[in-house]
Ligand binder design. Sequence first.
Ligand SMILES: Nc1ncnc2c1ncn2[C@@H]1O[C@H](COP(=O)(O)OP(=O)(O)OP(=O)(O)O)[C@@H](O)[C@H]1O
Length: 284
Amino acid sequence: MMSTMQGIHVQSVSRHFDGVKAVDDVSFSLAPGETLALVGPNGAGKSTLIQLISGIERLSGGHIMVDGRRIDRLPPERIARLGIGRSFQTSRVFPALSVWDSVMLGTQARLLRREHGRVLVNPLYELLAGLLPLRGWRKKVEGQEAIVRETLQLFGDRLWPRRDQPAFSLSYANRRRLEIARVLAGQPDYLLLDEPAAGMNPTETGELTRLLLELRRMRPQLGMLVVEHKLSLVRSVADRVIVLNQGKVLAQGDPDHALDHPEVVEAYLGRVRTRPVSSDAHLG
Ligand SMILES: Nc1ncnc2c1ncn2[C@@H]1O[C@H](COP(=O)(O)OP(=O)(O)OP(=O)(O)O)[C@@H](O)[C@H]1O
């Protein structure tokens, strides 16, 4: 049975920047296997929450627990090793690295977790493994290669045929896909996605929506926190939505309930509408 300690628990979290309450006493939980969307107008505090959970920003108050362990004082790399993978709003892939190698690099996150943080990429070991049939090492590399293959193939024919190309030669949408693939290859228990569909056209957004649904099917234990302005994606993939406004939780619940709440509609559009917010509305 799953313990209630399991999951990400954001408890009374605040982050102030010189008097600006970017996040103001926010609490919520994300269970394993759940997909939670964080939405809200520009400046609502969504990205700051992702920065806080991943350890890039420090809290001004409150605390964050993951699977029963307090993480808000840990450095980002320790948090990543605890199984929290995140993507960035702007892609962080190394431009000169091939698609394959970029995702291979992502697999290190998982290996570091298994080996309790010992550095595995030992150049001498790699050289020896190339010269001698070191079976343990070969097995490890083959395991990583299988993960890279499986991860790239999740993206249909978008990344796999381009696996030998350098990241800089990819289209914008493909670079964003590669960023997600890199994080997924670390096989995180929790995935934090910061505006994965930003800058994507409707076709690309639809494709990303299907990818996230497929991911849910393939990794039923994965907890996902998705910051996204595009409501069509949110309505399709999220079990639950949290609406933030000016650093505070304005509404939460299932997507239809939370997004059609009159106060939410008003916060976004500046007036109360009688019709629900259309599925392709772009917030912010
Ligand atoms: N490093 C920082 N220094 C000062 N102020 C900051 C910093 N980071 C965020 N803020 C402020 O905190 C508030 C929340 O910003 P945040 O980026 O979290 O909003 P958001 O909901 O992600 O918005 P968007 O949808 O535009 O990305 C804003 O007023 C922003 O200007």
